[in-house]
Design a protein around this ligand. Structure first.
Ligand code: NAD
Ligand code: ZN
Length: 342
């Protein structure tokens, strides 16, 4: 089968012929239909310091996908050929304290598809049955391919009550923009989003942000005054990984404000702990998605009319993957879909 492989240490990714995966007795074999390129894939493509210490080569990369079940192992009763599925890319151990207690998203021994084990940028993928999520029949396949990053947005946004609250999102990348959509859908009043790139802010407004702030020109505190908010934001979502953005977010929270942190800083970030203490803030780190509460909410929100499709900027056949990686590197793209059936 064809697959995009990180073949050797250094920049790039290569379309190769590799052996089709064989499903084990507890696995589901999936024929991949669409995939999306994630920031993690760009780290691997660009072969940065994180990728160098994390990725064994050769490795089939990719973890954002939708496909069709084509075969199941002998122990699998809940899935059958023809179902349209995505999958949780974090394969958990099943035996640690958190897994045993049903808190699988807190597993201390996860292995990631396209990072530690063969990924989804391929014509076929196998996954343990406990990692497979069946979509609502008829779902738009491009949207279905986004459930992994959409899940990051949903899991981060829904940490705290949003109904009637004012939300500040720092970073209007694909995840920040989808989080804006979720916050509006969940009943927030002001959903203010920041970035330094105007096209990203415009896309976030198309998805549901009520006000965007280019922090290279405007201060969030001024926007608060303009909106008549006297006490600060109730909920903050850090989705940039940028230290300055995180600090400006902390500066603009109300007393008792709640902050969930998804963005991954490149290096150690200093924050003013006195503001956290005296403003009585709650800070919560977020990794991945919740298995499978987040997946359930994603399916239901899409069913009930939430539209995240404006986050897709490019659709390409998989053979034109190089163009996809190039537009991702240029910063012009938000989500790039690769079609594995084209
Ligand atoms: P992205 O890099 O596309 O988006 C980040 C955005 O932040 C960019 O649009 C960038 O222009 C913007 N930004 C840069 N400096 C800024 C500043 N000073 N103020 C405001 N915005 C600024 O990434 P993404 O795919 O949308 O993901 C968002 C973040 O979440 C990234 O840091 C990513 O690494 C991280 N992430 C974490 C997890 C997790 O499980 N914790 C999962 C996926 C992604
Ligand atoms: Zn575990």
């Amino acid at each position: 089968m064809k697959a995009l492989v990180k073949k050797s240490a250094g920049q790039g990714i290569w379309l190769e012929d590799v052996a089709e995966p064989e499903p084990g007795i507890n696995d589901v074999l999936i024929k991949v239909k669409r995939t999306a390129i994630c920031g993690t894939d760009m780290h691997i493509y660009n072969w940065d310091a994180w990728a160098q210490k994390t990725i064994p080569v050769p490795m089939v990369v990719g973890h954002e996908f939708v496909g069709e079940v084509v075969a199941v192992g002998s122990n699998v009763n809940d899935f059958h050929a023809g179902q349209i599925v995505s999958g949780e890319g974090h394969v958990v151990c099943g035996r640690c304290r958190n897994c045993m207690a049903g808190r699988r998203h807190l597993c201390s021994q996860t292995s990631g598809i396209g990072v530690d084990r063969p990924g989804a940028f391929a014509q076929y993928l196998t996954l343990p049955m406990s990692n497979v999520w069946e979509h609502t029949p008829g779902i738009d396949l491009d949207v279905a391919a986004l459930f992994d990053p959409f899940g990051n947005a949903v899991h981060t946004a829904l940490q705290f009550d949003l109904l009637g609250e004012d939300v500040l999102i720092t970073g209007a990348g694909p995840i920040g923009a989808m989080a804006a959509a979720v916050c509006r859908h969940a009943g927030a009043r002001h959903v203010v989003i920041t970035d330094v790139i105007d096209s990203r802010l415009e896309r976030a407004r198309a998805l549901g942000a009520t006000r965007s702030v280019n922090v290279s020109r405007e201060r969030i505190a001024d926007v608060q005054r303009e909106l008549g908010m006297s006490e600060g934001f109730d909920v903050g979502l850090e989705m940039s990984g940028n230290a300055q953005a995180f600090n400006e977010l902390i500066d603009n929270m109300c007393h008792g404000g709640k902050v969930s942190i998804l963005g991954i800083p490149a290096e150690n970030t200093a924050i003013d702990w006195n503001k956290v203490i005296f403003n009585m803030l709650t800070l919560k780190g977020i990794y991945g998605r919740e298995m499978y509460e987040t997946w359930y909410k994603m399916s239901v929100m899409i069913d009930s009319g939430l539209d995240i499709s404006p986050v897709i900027t490019h659709r390409l056949p998989f053979t034109e993957f190089q163009q996809g990686f190039d537009v991702m590197n240029s910063g012009e793209a938000s989500k790039v879909i690769l079609d594995w059936e084209a």
